[in-house]
Design a binder for this molecule. Structure first.
Ligand SMILES: Nc1nc2c(ncn2[C@@H]2O[C@H](COP(=O)(O)OP(=O)(O)OP(=O)(O)O)[C@@H](O)[C@H]2O)c(=O)[nH]1
Ligand SMILES: [Mg+2]
Length: 213
């Protein structure tokens, strides 16, 4: 009898300890083609062996929110469990004709444009649910645009911790300084998702930010 009471007591303590320990919801946001899926894939591949979704040079490849649960990231002896959420690229204008230059057929292009528009709505809807957001930007492009400012403004209003990634630093045209100047109040980590350059600094910043959750 005493043993049974003891057992139940410990069971209760244990489950209450772990019940509240939810995985950190980590969202990847940004404009199309910046490398959100490439970065999410690299992290997932490194820690789970599997990827999260398909990558393409054609914008709006990701047109529905996609997840990977229980991604345990280990860095410098520390370990944290994340739910990774890769989102469709956010754009202010989607024109099906833009896809034609990638040799996408007209009907397919129209369908892609329709799905991409729905994808943007879905991305924004999910924002509220995030614990941390990684904004992935293409460091070869001008950071001063409506999309970036709108995403960041939304996150600030919701008080969601933000980390900015200046992706594609393997390219000559990449300019991290310009991104840092554009968003001086945020930490900007330059990396290459495609070639896996400077991921250490990314994990360092991510773990630091996770303490705020
Ligand atoms: N050179 C270079 N190319 C990259 C890098 N990361 C991604 N790319 C390329 O950029 C293109 C877009 O990559 P995705 O990962 O599909 O980009 P995304 O942000 O998920 O795009 P959407 O799903 O359309 O919103 C692909 O051709 C990638 O190979 C990088 O670090 N360096
Ligand atoms: Mg994508």
């Amino acid at each position: 009898m005493a043993i049974k009471v003891f057992k139940n007591f410990f069971k209760k303590i244990f489950s209450s300890l772990f019940k509240n320990k939810k995985d950190i919801k980590l969202g990847f946001y940004g404009p199309p083609n910046a490398g959100k899926t490439s970065l999410a894939n690299r992290i997932c591949k490194d820690f789970t062996g599997e990827e999260i979704g398909s990558v393409s040079k054609i914008p709006h490849e990701t047109r529905a929110v996609q997840f990977r649960e229980k991604v345990q990231i280990e860095y410098k002896g520390k370990s944290m469990v994340f739910k990774m959420i890769d989102t469709p690229g956010i754009a202010t204008k989607i024109d099906y004709e833009d896809f034609l230059k990638y040799k996408v057929k007209k009907n397919e292009a129209k369908q892609r444009a329709k799905e991409a528009t729905q994808g943007i709505v879905e991305s924004i809807k999910w924002l509220d649910d995030m614990d941390i957001v990684v904004i992935v930007l293409d460091a070869t492009e001008n950071p001063y645009n409506q999309v970036n400012i709108t995403i960041i403004g939304n996150l600030v209003a919701r008080k969601i911790p933000v980390l900015i990634v200046a992706n594609k630093i393997d390219l000559k045209k990449a300019d991290i300084k310009k991104l840092e100047a554009a968003f001086p109040e945020y930490e900007v980590v330059g990396l290459s998702a495609k070639y896996g350059e400077n991921l250490e600094e990314f994990y360092e910043s991510l773990f630091k930010l996770s303490k705020k959750v």
